[in-house]
Every structure is written in C-alpha cells, then in structure tokens.
Design a protein. Structure first.
Length: 197
C-alpha cells in the first residue's frame, strides 16, 4: 500500500467496509507470510493474520499517518506475534514442498528442494531478534527505517542485527546465497477472511 492510498485509509477510518476489504486484499498475503516466518506454524499464522486485521479495523482511529500504512499494519502483526509467543512455544516449521510439474530432471528437483529447505531452516533457526529483521527488511522488502518502526527499535539496531544475522547465515550456509524465494511460502496461501466481527 502506497502513500497514494490515503483516501482508502480515510474511508477505512470512517468505517467503510469496502475499504476494509480492499486493505485485506492488498495486505493479507504479505502479513500472512511475515507472521508465518515468525511463528513457523500455518494455523497460528492464519489466526495471527485474522487477529491483525481485526485489530486494524478496531484500531484504525489510532493511525496518524506518521509511518506508511503497511508499516503500521506490520507493527500490529508483530505485536500479535509477540503476544502469542509469550503464551506458547514456537513449533517446528513445516518443510517446503517443491513444485515438480515444470521440471523433468528428478535429481535437480531434489537438489533444489533440499537447498531451499536448508536455507529456510537456517533463517528460521536464527534467534528471534535476527530472524525478525531478516524477515522484515530482506524478505518483506521494508526499509531499515520501516523495520525499525515495526519492531520499535532504532534504525542502527536493525542494521546491526542484520549484519549479525547475515554473518550467522554465512557460518551456517557457507557459500550459499540467501534468496527471498528460498524462504517464501509456496503458492496456496490460505484464503483471506473479510468478515467484520
């Protein structure tokens, strides 16, 4: 969502249900992927995503426009995750399934799937502060400043954590490169829910 969508946010602040649906259409998949990377469980990620958008609907009056709307929404998602994390232990992350339909060489398919699993495990194996900055700034495309707003920390801390995270990943992975596609979820993100509770 870009700054040009201020009118959409204004409609949302007036209680426009259609604007709420448009916001969900725009941000459901990125929020779902973000919280899935943090919590590692699809069901929990679905719940957190729904809780995030419910909190957006209920708290939109508190959005003042000091940050981009997407950054504000990601901040809500992050706080929902922290609340859930305080209640339970993070579960094991499901392995990615490879799409074999377009590949003819089975050994290549297996090697690429194994490579993605190794990279994804390495990213998910980072401790929370480092995994969070990698997810926000590297995988979700937020700037360091936006990631700092979501996490409630200084920009310098985001940069420092990112440097440590990539050093840890280099140690774990050797020569492998971390590509966002290697840790993103495959197609088939659960359908969005637009009900206003």
């Amino acid at each position: 969502m870009h700054d040009t969508d201020r009118s959409l946010v204004e409609r949302l602040q007036r209680g426009d249900a259609r604007a709420y649906e448009l916001v969900i259409d725009e941000l459901h998949a990125p929020v779902y992927r973000f919280v899935l990377r943090l919590c590692g469980d699809r069901r929990d990620a679905e719940d957190l995503t729904q809780e995030t958008f419910l909190a957006v609907w209920q708290g939109i009056g508190g959005y003042c426009g000091r940050s981009q709307f997407k950054t504000w929404v990601f901040g809500i998602a992050y706080r929902q995750h922290l609340r859930q994390r305080d209640k339970r232990t993070v579960e094991t992350v499901e392995l990615l399934e490879s799409d074999m339909s377009d590949m003819s060489d089975m050994s290549t398919v297996v090697a690429e799937a194994e490579e993605r699993v190794v990279i994804r495990r390495a990213v998910c194996g980072l401790s929370n502060p480092y995994r969070e900055v990698v997810c926000l700034a590297h995988l979700d495309g937020l700037s360091y400043r936006e990631a700092a707003e979501v996490l409630g920390i200084p920009v310098g801390t985001v940069k420092s954590r990112m440097n440590v995270a990539f050093q840890l990943l280099r140690e774990k992975l050797g020569e492998r490169e971390v590509d966002g596609n290697d840790v993103r979820e495959p197609e088939g993100i659960p359908g969005r829910r637009t009900e206003i509770l």
